[in-house]
Design a protein around this ligand. Structure first.
Ligand SMILES: Nc1ncnc2c1ncn2[C@@H]1O[C@H](COP(=O)(O)OP(=O)(O)OP(=O)(O)O)[C@@H](O)[C@H]1O
Length: 589
């Protein structure tokens, strides 16, 4: 019932169309009684009454009714199809909108395959119910009612005899509905799992090939595919257990009609024509009963799918936009972490992080893998909220900033570079679609991407494959960097952005970046000392804590973690100037 109420919320605007559609369906149900009536009349009046002149007019009426029925049916089917397409259009848009509002933690715990199953299979089940289920239920019900009323008006005892069988059919249809419903949910859940395997395999096909794991993946898919088949068969078995019973009971109607009706004709209480009318109306009792099973099937499928779609629409983002601060005009980019701690669920990842950085300064963050570097900058863009403490931008807690305004002012080049299957120009201009080609090229030049882009056969119009296929890792990183630069952010975050770029190019990028970073706040996360050594503040992180902080020289003097990393990367130099020399030599070579 809840699903019906929910879907009604979407159909409500089309209630006039729905009303017209159902009215036309009612007309069809009524017209379905006309031909059996005239068939009876032909038997009584034309065949037995010898009024042959009536034959042609009666046949003409019957043909006319059939044509009118076809035209009406075409129109209301189209009307329901239109309503369903309108509803699905709205639902698809809402779902897509919702998917964009949901935060990182939702995507952390939800499989893409499951989302895709809701966006495709589940929406289709809802559409099918609106386009077909609603009017079929209504039509079958009204045909049944009309037929019973008609039968009772002709001969109540015979009608009553036939009606006696229908509650038994109703009982089995009801049993079927409740037994089959859980199996539909299982089929649906398995479909989502199958989708996930396919989606992961397509996205990760290069890894599969690199590890020659095709057979393993095929086997993995087969397991899920087999499970899907089993779940469908289980559902079908439930179905097949009840369907013959429903069919047989429907067949009993004919037997009752022949037995009781024949007896009454012999007794003379009804005419053969009336028996023919009854016989022609058997389908009107039979059909709704037989259809009941299919319709229950569809309703169950609809309920299972509607619940899934509704659940997705109702998922609440943990990151809510309770903005009290919209003033982005004077957004300066002062960033402050004040006793910040953070956990992913129960897993503490950051503990008591404190630092402050002002515009024009660059913060370098270095530390072993898993230290919490990316997590730290994720809190700045409010991809996650702190567990305790405050992240402030321009003195305002990020939770009080309007998320969109805040993120508009921040550009982040993430570790996992994502490029769209679009032109290189389109990818660079993603955050600033109005940008001129000159600005795009300027950003590409700063990111040291212009030269290789110009050498591509299509230049800036070259279409890159999905996720940037066709480009090297370093090329992808530089396009992503250009995309961030073109956004002209107040805060620029580079998360391992030049890890795949050679040191010579990295040095050139750093030098050019300096000129555009003068008024900006910049975060550079890196594993290479060369990427962060020029920073105004270097944070060394380990196990979610800042274990060392300071400038390059200060950190070397501490002879702690940073010093050891430096020694490992540049040799056994105690003099940091020698270290710089090595970098510039590497850079110049
Ligand atoms: N979405 C997530 N859900 C749960 N745990 C996570 C998530 N992202 C990261 N972690 C965990 O948080 C810790 C810190 O991860 P983070 O990505 O911040 O480290 P990092 O220092 O950036 O590492 P790297 O240098 O490898 O990029 C790790 O233990 C990681 O497993």
């Amino acid at each position: 019932m809840q699903s019906m109420r929910w879907v009604w919320g979407y159909i409500r605007n089309d209630r006039v169309k729905l009303f017209v559609g159902l009215s036309l369906s009612l007309v069809i149900s009524a017209l379905n009684m006309v031909n059996p009536y005239f068939a009876g009349k032909i038997v009584d009046k034309v065949i037995f009454g010898h009024q042959t002149s009536l034959l042609l007019p009666l046949l003409a009426i019957m043909i006319g009714v059939t044509i009118v029925k076809t035209v009406i049916r075409y129109n209301y089917q189209l009307s329901f199809e239109r309503i369903s397409q309108g509803v699905i259009f709205k639902l698809r848009e809402k779902l897509y909108d919702r998917l964009h509002q949901l935060d990182f933690s939702f995507y952390d715990r939800t499989k893409t395959g499951d989302i895709m199953a809701r966006m495709t299979g589940d929406l289709e089940a809802v559409r099918h119910f609106i386009a077909w289920g609603i009017y079929m239920i209504f039509e079958n019900f009204t045909i049944l009612v009309f037929a019973l009323v008609f039968m009772f008006s002709i001969h109540p005892p015979l009608a009553f005899a036939m009606l006696a069988v229908t509650p038994i059919i109703g009982f089995f249809a009801y049993k079927l509905a409740f037994t089959v419903r859980p199996t539909f949910s299982e089929v649906r859940a398995q479909f989502a799992r199958l989708n996930s395997v396919v989606q992961e395999n397509i996205s990760g096909n290069r890894v599969v090939k690199a590890f020659a794991k095709e057979d393993y993946e095929i086997d993995k898919f087969s397991v899920q595919n087999k499970e899907f088949k089993e779940k469908n068969l289980l559902s079908a078995r439930v179905w097949e257990k009840y369907l013959p019973v429903l069919d047989s009971l429907a067949g009993v109607l004919s037997v009752v009609m022949i037995l009781v009706g024949g007896f009454m004709v012999i007794k003379g209480s009804i005419t053969i024509g009336q028996l023919v009318t009854f016989n022609s109306l058997i389908w009107a009792l039979n059909n709704p009963m037989r259809m009941a099973g299919w319709l229950i099937n569809d309703v169950q499928r609809f309920i299972a799918s509607a619940e899934k779609v509704e659940d997705l629409l109702n998922v609440k983002s943990k990151i809510t936009n309770d903005a009290i601060c919209y003033n982005v005009k004077n957004f300066k980019g002062v960033v402050e972490f004040d006793h910040v701690s953070f956990s992913y669920g129960d897993e503490p990842v950051l503990e008591d992080i404190n630092f402050k950085v002002i515009p024009g300064q660059t913060v370098g963050i270095i530390g072993p893998t898993g230290a919490g570097k990316s997590t730290l900058v994720n809190l700045l863009s409010r991809f996650y909220d702190t567990t305790s403490g405050e992240v402030r931008v321009d003195g305002v807690n990020v939770k009080d900033w309007d998320i969109h305004h805040l993120r508009e002012k921040i550009a982040m080049v993430m570790q996992d570079i994502f490029l769209y299957s679009d032109t290189i120009e389109g990818n660079i201009a993603y955050g600033n679609p109005e940008a001129s080609i000159e600005s795009v090229q300027f950003a590409a030049k700063v990111a040291e991407a212009h030269d290789f882009i110009s050498e591509l056969p299509g230049g800036y119009d070259t279409i890159v494959g999905e996720r940037g296929v066709g480009l090297s890792g370093g090329q992808r990183q530089r396009i992503a960097l250009a995309r961030a630069i073109l956004k002209d952010p107040t805060i620029l975050i580079l998360d391992d952005t030049t890890s795949a770029v050679d040191m010579e190019t990295e040095l050139r990028i750093q030098n050019t970046l300096k000129s555009i970073l003068q008024e900006k706040t910049c975060f550079i996360i890196a594993h290479r000392i060369s990427s962060v050594m020029e920073a105004d503040l270097i944070l060394v992180m380990n196990n979610g804590r800042i274990i060392e902080r300071g400038k390059h020289q200060e950190l070397l003097e501490k002879k702690g973690y940073y010093y050891h990393v430096f020694k490992n990367q540049f040799g056994n130099f105690d003099d940091q100037d020698q270290g710089k020399e090595v970098i510039s030599i590497n850079g110049a070579e």
